[in-house]
Design a protein around this ligand. Structure first.
Ligand SMILES: CCc1cc2c(cc1OS(N)(=O)=O)CC[C@@H]1[C@@H]2CC[C@]2(C)[C@@H](O)CC[C@@H]12
Ligand SMILES: [Zn+2]
Length: 263
């Protein structure tokens, strides 16, 4: 299968065609984070997350990943500090993963790939009124990235894993409540890399302050296997396609500096 060690990752085609022209194009994500080239910035503050599980609303398969969506009409689930000047509201989190454990993450660290990557998407509620407004602004979005590794079962993730079979097909949605996304963060969120980039799925807008955690979290092989049981395709389509390899390849750094909050 494609997962045998001799298979070359470059032959894995992401599920959507890269557009020819990209808005701006010199601040695209994801990137390869070269540890020894990242610059320690002592002015970077600790990240402050304040998530209210009661704002968790639903989980849906959007045909690219599955998104756990939060009520972002008030300041109940917020992110501030770190590299951020303003307060951001959590609107959704989702994951990217591979067809096997050899690849699946979007960012890489010294070219190292992880089996999956979690993205917690926030928008700047101090400056804008809606996610859709912020998504086209330089300082509009902040996304926390967390790498996943295969290891012991993640107890907090299991409630999410149990909901996935109900949303197997594209455009399916199910109510999902009282989930605290803080349980998906690693123990130490003070060590991270940060840089200016873009969304990694259309509209690919260059609106994101990326905050990539140095520490990963562990999930079990069986938990990640349930991610792979999802489908890109809608129920009525005759050919069903497994939702795997839903990651974008790394993009040119174009002179950007990656800062680190740790030495
Ligand atoms: C799952 C990857 C995904 C989906 C979406 C975004 C971003 C996403 O991943 S990423 N890696 O953070 O770029 C930002 C735009 C979002 C979209 C989900 C659907 C929307 C919320 C639309 O309803 C309007 C804006 C859209
Ligand atoms: Zn993402």
């Amino acid at each position: 299968t494609a997962c045998s060690s001799k298979f070359v990752l470059s032959q894995v085609h992401p599920m959507w065609q890269e557009p020819l022209a990209i808005p701006g194009g010199d601040r695209q994500s994801p990137i390869d984070i070269v540890e020894r080239k990242s610059v320690f910035d002592s002015k970077l503050k600790p990240l402050v997350t304040n998530y209210d599980p009661k704002t968790c609303q639903q989980i849906w398969n959007n045909g690219y990943s599955f998104l756990v969506e939060y009520d972002d009409t008030t300041d109940k689930s917020t992110l501030k500090g770190g590299p951020l000047q303003d307060q951001f509201r959590l609107c959704q989190f989702h994951f990217h993963w591979g067809e096997c454990n050899s690849w699946g993450s979007e960012h890489t660290v010294d070219r190292r790939l992880f089996p999956a990557e979690l993205h917690l998407v926030h928008w700047n509620a101090d400056k804008y009124n809606l996610f859709e407004e912020a998504v086209v602004e330089d300082n509009g979005l902040a996304v926390i990235g967390v790498f996943l590794k295969i290891g012991k079962r993640h107890e907090g993730l299991q409630k999410l894993v149990d909901a996935l079979p109900v949303i197997r097909h594209k455009d399916s949605v199910v109510e999902f409540t009282k989930f605290d996304p803080a349980c998906l963060l690693p123990p130490n969120i003070d060590d991270y890399w940060t840089y200016h980039g873009s969304l990694t799925t259309p509209p690919l807008t260059e609106a994101v302050t990326w905050i990539v955690m140095k520490q990963h979290i562990e999930v079990s092989h069986d938990q990640l296997a349930v991610f792979r049981s999802l489908l890109f395709t809608a129920a009525e389509e005759e050919v069903q396609k497994s939702m795997v390899n839903n990651f974008r390849g790394t993009q040119p750094l174009r002179g950007r500096t990656v800062r680190s909050s740790f030495t």
